[in-house]
Design a protein around this ligand. Structure first.
Ligand SMILES: *Cc1c(COP(=O)(O)O)cnc(C)c1O
Length: 384
């Protein structure tokens, strides 16, 4: 919900645009920091959710680290103020160039997803006369009960190394002279609202920990990844995710030995609610079953509905009508998947009305493209 002043301001902005409520971002970060500090947990923000420099700088000011999935994310995070010793680099397909950039910057840790990848990092580190820290990303074989397109912890997913092979893999890593194995890493998926998968993840982590102990190994770092979901349906009622509830539950279920550090990599839950995409209605086209509200934003501006069938709450910010109608809200792009939502009820909508697409701060602006040679969306902030 936006107050009158904010909506008046929106009328002066060029559409389509992203609007970030930086107060809400700070409120979210305060809540996360308090919940993490309670147990000394370390937070790395998942840069891929939103790499807008203004947002990165604010997140960095909380002392959090960065979780990166490309060489350019590593460089961007460092440029925006994150200390290299708090930067981790994950991903199934790190290129040689990306690995070299991360090695030269002495990042904290590579989260590795295959034996061959570790052999290559070892070789490249040797050629630079360096040793580097690595963690094994294990695929824990857990169903995160989320959208199948963002479920990553199942056995047939491309991510991670089968947890059943832990012992063999550890032996191989220990033979690679320029790598120092410091921990285990997991990430089971995204938009997870059910606590159960996180509980199963704690159990799996405990089990892996005992296997390592039997091998006489002690690893200091346990990284449980990100994945906490947000309330896309009720952004005004639940603007800040329940970090404390999740971390309390983890604390109860996870075995942590003295000297060990527990890490999380939250992306969506940090930035989703503070962002809104705003678009202007271009045309209303009546059809037999519905009315098309054709807006000036398309999947080039916000791709989540077209890519994953994701839901964003849509509100008409400017209609003064007391009548409602059913609409299919669609974009201008020449693809039939360029649909934001179908059959939704909105107050009577006209050309020139502004529609807000809520909870768009994560995987929104960062996924924008120039398909159809469209311009990238504009960006505005609650401050300045
Ligand atoms: C995407 C990703 C995250 C962040 O996931 P969210 O659901 O946005 O919290 C964390 N860790 C890794 C390795 C990822 O790929």
């Amino acid at each position: 919900m936006f107050n009158k002043n904010v909506i008046e301001k929106f009328k002066t902005f060029s559409t389509p645009f992203y609007y970030y409520d930086l107060d809400l971002l700070r409120q979210t970060l305060d809540t996360l920091k308090k919940a993490a500090d309670k147990y000394g947990y370390k937070i790395h923000y998942a840069v891929k959710a939103n790499a807008n420099p203004e947002i990165l700088k604010i997140i960095c000011s909380y002392g959090f680290g960065a979780d990166c999935v490309s060489g350019n994310e590593v460089l961007k995070a460092i440029e925006c103020g994150f200390h290299a010793d708090k930067v981790v680099f994950a991903g199934v397909g790190k290129s040689d160039k990306e690995i070299i950039a991360a090695l030269k910057n002495d990042i904290f840790c590579f989260n590795c997803e295959s034996i061959q990848e570790m052999e290559i990092i070892n070789e490249l580190a040797e050629s630079l006369n360096k040793t580097t820290r690595v963690a094994l990303r294990l695929n824990p074989g857990i169903d995160a009960h989320t959208n199948q397109k963002i479920n990553t912890g199942l056995a047939d997913s491309k991510f991670g190394i089968d947890f059943n092979k832990l012992e063999d893999i550890v032996k191989t890593v220990l033979s690679l002279k320029n790598l120092q194995l410091i921990g285990l890493h997991y990430h089971i998926g995204s938009q997870i609202l059910d606590p159960e998968p996180f509980k199963l993840l704690c159990e799996r982590s405990n089990e892996m920990q005992s296997k390592l102990e039997k091998m006489g190994l002690h690893l200091d770092e346990i990284n449980l990844g990100g994945g906490l979901g947000v309330d896309y349906y009720n952004p005004d009622e639940n603007p800040v995710p329940e970090f404390e509830k999740l971390l309390d539950m983890i604390h109860e279920n996870l075995d942590v030995k003295s000297g060990q550090h527990v890490h999380f990599e939250f992306g969506r839950s940090v930035v989703a609610q503070c962002g809104t995409m705003v678009s202007k209605v271009l045309y209303i086209k009546p059809a037999t079953q519905t009315n098309f509200a054709i807006v000036d934003a398309g999947f080039t501006d916000l791709i989540r509905p077209a890519l994953y069938g994701a839901y964003h709450k849509i509100e008409n910010l400017t209609s003064e009508s007391s009548q409602t109608k059913k609409y299919d809200v669609v974009g201008p792009i020449c693809e039939s998947t360029d649909v934001f939502d179908k059959g939704i009820t909105l107050p009577e909508t006209r050309r020139g009305d502004l529609l807000a697409f809520r909870t768009a701060g994560a995987y929104g602006e960062i996924m924008a493209s120039q398909y159809n040679l469209r311009e990238l969306p504009n960006v505005y902030y609650s401050e300045n």
